[in-house]
Design a protein around this ligand. Structure first.
Ligand code: SAH
Length: 427
């Protein structure tokens, strides 16, 4: 989401005559999009801010803004700690990006130039924020406190952004929301409807969306994924834990049985669905037996991808206030590695079954002399070709697999399904 929001403000800066520079030291304007979902992320932002502070000392005219979830309601403490920050862009206020830029640069709006010649986008796949904030209060999560209540962007505005990205070389959009499957509920539309409308944008070949919340994933959305050809059969559905007592303390609002039934239904409605999930290990009071229930759930559900994180108490959240962070760090690490070990076996098997099939791959670029791209199921696939294939959808036969990626061979000849106007990718 930070990447998507940063691109939007970058576009806007370009529209008023700005230009991206590769080195921080050369920038007149620096806007840092911050994440504080876990302590480690916050440390990364802190280190980056130190670097920005040093650069500004060398170049006092530099204007610095901090955006993203580090920006609290009260910025006094942040301003004291990082006195070189000129502006705070709160993720709670929905000032249009253009106004943010006009404000940040003290521009007179008359100076605004036409953005029609905005540069081509660098990446084939582009994230697009479609809703802000979150109304849930998962006890461990700081995001709602920083991003505020849920509000959907108007479809017209989103579609304008998707069209612009398509015209500038993007082939795939990833629609983003904290609870993306609730998109539109506050403005009388639905994610299914938006997926159908975004499918009309000719230049865009593929559409993905994340993150979905289990209780909000309804039948019509399943139908939309199953029937809209551009929408990939790939869903990110965080379960967080495989134990009902832990889920209750997380205030997730469902039990494991509900989750597993939902997955069964999704798999019956959406053929060839790939599923990824998020897991938190070492949540307050998580007993060994409860952790093992999570491992058992992974074995039963068999996700394609699992993102696992160690619980990290966040300021202002219910879990940080109510319960001690009582699973020792070493034990959290052990549980994390245990999840990774179990999952890598499962992913290896799932990917192994792809070997021998031909997959439509949207080619993203080159790495170490090989082309790489993603299958509809979001699997990374590497293969060789002398041709420039960036931005094309090409058929590739999978010939090898690991837990993390696939290798393959281009099926010749590349059929006429190719999409025109391939963007060039710097490798
Ligand atoms: N709105 C999204 C979550 C975005 S945060 C959702 O509900 O899925 C991404 C992931 O970070 C979460 O799914 C969760 O697994 C993890 N996370 C959030 N808060 C955390 C915390 N305090 N400690 C560890 N992991 C956390």
């Amino acid at each position: 989401m930070n990447t998507a929001d940063a691109r939007r403000i970058g576009d806007e800066l370009e529209a008023v005559g700005g230009m991206a520079v590769p080195h921080l030291e050369d920038a007149d304007i620096v806007i840092l999009y911050s994440c504080v979902v876990r302590h480690a992320a916050q440390e990364t932002v802190h280190n980056e801010l130190i670097r920005v502070g040093q650069a500004k000392r060398q170049r006092p005219s530099m204007r610095v803004a901090l955006a993203g979830c580090m920006v609290e309601d009260d910025t006094v403490e942040l301003a004291r700690r990082y006195p070189f920050i000129d502006r705070f862009l709160s993720p709670k206020t929905d000032l249009p990006v253009r106004d943010q830029v006009v404000d940040l640069l003290d521009l007179d709006e008359r100076y605004r130039v036409d953005p029609s010649d905005a540069e081509r986008v660098g990446l084939v796949s582009q994230p697009v924020t479609i809703s802000q904030g979150c109304n849930r209060r998962c006890t461990y999560c700081v995001i709602p406190f920083r991003r505020g209540d849920e509000r959907s962007r108007h479809p017209r505005e989103i579609l304008r952004e998707v069209r612009s990205l398509g015209q500038r070389g993007a082939k795939e959009v990833v629609l983003l929301g904290q609870i993306v499957d609730r998109y539109g509920k506050d403005i009388g539309t639905t994610l299914g409807q938006l997926l159908a409308e975004a499918s009309e944008v000719d230049e865009i070949a593929r559409i993905r969306f994340l993150t979905s919340y289990p209780v909000d994933f309804d039948g019509p959305l399943m139908e939309a994924v199953a029937t809209l050809p551009k929408v990939c059969e790939d869903v990110n559905l965080p379960v967080q834990a495989g134990d009902d007592a832990v889920l209750r303390r997380m205030a997730r609002g469902y039990k494991t049985m509900f989750y597993e039934r939902l997955v069964d239904e999704m798999r019956s409605v959406i053929p060839r669905l790939s599923l990824s999930t998020d897991i938190i290990v070492g949540f307050c009071g998580e007993l060994e037996a409860q952790f093992e229930n999570t491992l058992a759930l992974l074995e039963r559900v068999r996700f394609d991808v699992v993102h696992v994180a160690m619980y990290s108490p966040r300021p202002g959240t219910a879990s940080a206030r109510l319960w001690p962070d009582d699973v020792p760090q070493e034990e959290k690490k052990r549980r994390l590695h245990e999840v990774e070990r179990v999952q890598s076996g499962i992913a290896g098997e799932i990917n192994g079954r792809v070997v021998g099939t031909t997959q439509d791959v949207l080619v993203e670029g080159q790495r170490k002399g090989k082309w790489f791209g993603r299958t509809r199921n979001n699997k990374l696939l590497f293969f060789s070709s002398d041709r420039d294939l960036a931005g094309l959808v090409v058929p590739v036969e999978a010939t090898g697999a690991s837990s993390w990626s696939l290798q393959g061979q281009l099926v010749d000849p590349v059929p006429t399904r190719i999409i025109p106007h391939a963007p060039r990718i710097a490798s």
